[in-house]
Design a protein around this ligand. Structure first.
Ligand code: PLP
Length: 407
């Protein structure tokens, strides 16, 4: 007799985006002809760069010819792509071997699957607010009890608040796995070297492992901020870093990311090399490697011209972020992030709760954003706006906020 995994019943998240869609639909039904403007999405909007498009087309042609056709590739991903990534890290002084890099179908899958490397009784620590995948996957595998007031019993939460600049201190208690997202979704905060070094020191002292999600690292342009946590001393012993082609090359639909499991990584019961071997085994058992066509697109993205075109795409979204930030500040709102990140984290006016502000913004300006409370209790009283969008749409939304939001 089959029985289901009852942990799924504990999940509270997953309610955020359907609820946004429900409220937006209710508004359009009640106000026919009114056009809603979306500043809430985390999905990219600009087309693939010309060079990526060329790489994809060439790969399709190769697969369409019996002389050049290829089938399954390496489970860890194409070696030349892994080497191209290693070369890019080397430019920032980070020495990685291609065998420490694993290409996947995206940072979401990896951030969900990586927890399977660790013991069932591992104590999990997350930032609050957080990208929901880190929490939900640990709930599903049974590392928590039920949620009470939006927090799961058994998880350790690090509140990200205005007081700490949305970058928390390492935990004061002993934990085993720490998820850090930097630049942060949803707050747009970016940690300094010293702040990240404190986490690395904590992890080394406690034989903990940091899962470092750097999916938005391309948005860091401040030269003093680290783009990879491996720029810090000792990080290779205690950090698994994830990244993606989604946000700087528009691969959200194509699907491609990578995870670095350094051979130097150790845990209380695993010597150097063991966790790297385990992840290789995991990927080869559960996954047959990412799409070969998509990997050719990524190789093109990493060429000198590809990187130039990708930087242009990032710069485009960063201009949008500045447009939104300038608008909100000009009408007296308090806003964080959006400088080295594509997300802006706005304080709701007059201490309104996040959903009340959602309704106000929608009804007065027809703009849809994301209530901060949907990312965790410390997000209450905040609102996430995203810089992903076509520039004219952003300009229209910003104009409507400036003219119609009643403060
Ligand atoms: N990590 C963070 C923090 C994200 O916000 C997202 C997407 O929104 C992802 C990972 C997903 O990346 P990918 O498209 O590579 O799966």
């Amino acid at each position: 007799m089959a029985r289901i995994n009852a942990n799924y019943d504990k999940l509270t998240a997953g309610y955020l985006f359907p609820e946004i869609a429900r409220r937006a639909a209710e508004f359009t039904d009640a106000n026919p002809g009114v056009q809603i403007m979306r500043l809430g999405i985390g999905d990219t909007t600009e087309p693939l760069t010309a060079i990526v498009s060329g790489g994809l087309h060439a790969a399709v042609d190769r697969l369409s010819n019996s002389d050049t056709y290829s089938g399954y590739g390496e489970g860890e991903g194409n070696e030349s792509l892994r080497q191209a990534l290693a070369d890019r890290y080397a430019e920032r002084g980070v020495q990685l071997n291609a065998s420490e890099i694993f290409i996947s179908d995206g940072a979401k899958s990896d951030s969900a699957n990586i927890q399977s490397l660790f013991s069932n009784d591992a104590v999990i620590c997350v930032q609050d607010p957080a990208y929901p995948v880190y929490v939900d996957t640990n709930v599903i595998v049974g590392r928590t009890a039920d949620a009470v007031d939006g927090q799961y019993e058994g998880l350790v939460y690090l509140p990200c608040t205005e007081a700490n600049g949305f970058v928390p201190e390492p935990p004061s208690e002993r934990v085993d796995l720490i998820y850090l997202c930097n630049p942060n979704n949803p707050t747009g905060a970016v940690a300094t070297k010293a702040q990240l070094q404190a986490f690395v020191s904590y992890a080394r002292e406690n034989k903990a492992v940091i899962i470092f999600d750097a999916a938005y690292s391309a948005y860091i342009t401040d030269p003093d901020l680290p783009r990879s946590i491996y720029e810090l001393d000792g990080a290779a012993e205690c950090v698994i870093e994830l990244n993606s082609f989604s946000k700087d090359n528009g691969f959200t639909g194509l699907r491609l990311g990578w995870t670095i499991v350094p051979k130097a990584l150790v845990t209380e019961d695993a010597a150097a090399g063991k966790v790297n071997t385990m992840w290789r085994r995991r990927q080869n058992t559960f996954f047959n490697g990412p799409a070969n066509i998509v990997q050719e697109g990524a190789l093109a993205a990493l060429s000198p011209e590809g990187r130039r075109q990708s930087a242009e795409m990032v710069a485009y979204y960063k201009v949008n972020a500045k447009t939104i930030r300038d608008c909100l500040q000009s009408i007296g709102l308090t806003v964080f992030g959006g400088v080295n990140a594509p997300f802006l984290w706005m304080k709701t006016p007059d201490g309104m709760d996040s959903w009340a502000f959602f309704d106000k913004l929608l009804t007065e300006t027809h703009v849809v954003g994301t209530p901060g409370s949907g990312f965790g209790p410390s997000g209450e009283g905040y609102f996430r706006l995203s810089a992903f969008g076509h520039e004219p749409d952003i300009a229209r939304a910003v104009q409507s906020i400036r003219e119609n939001l009643k403060l």
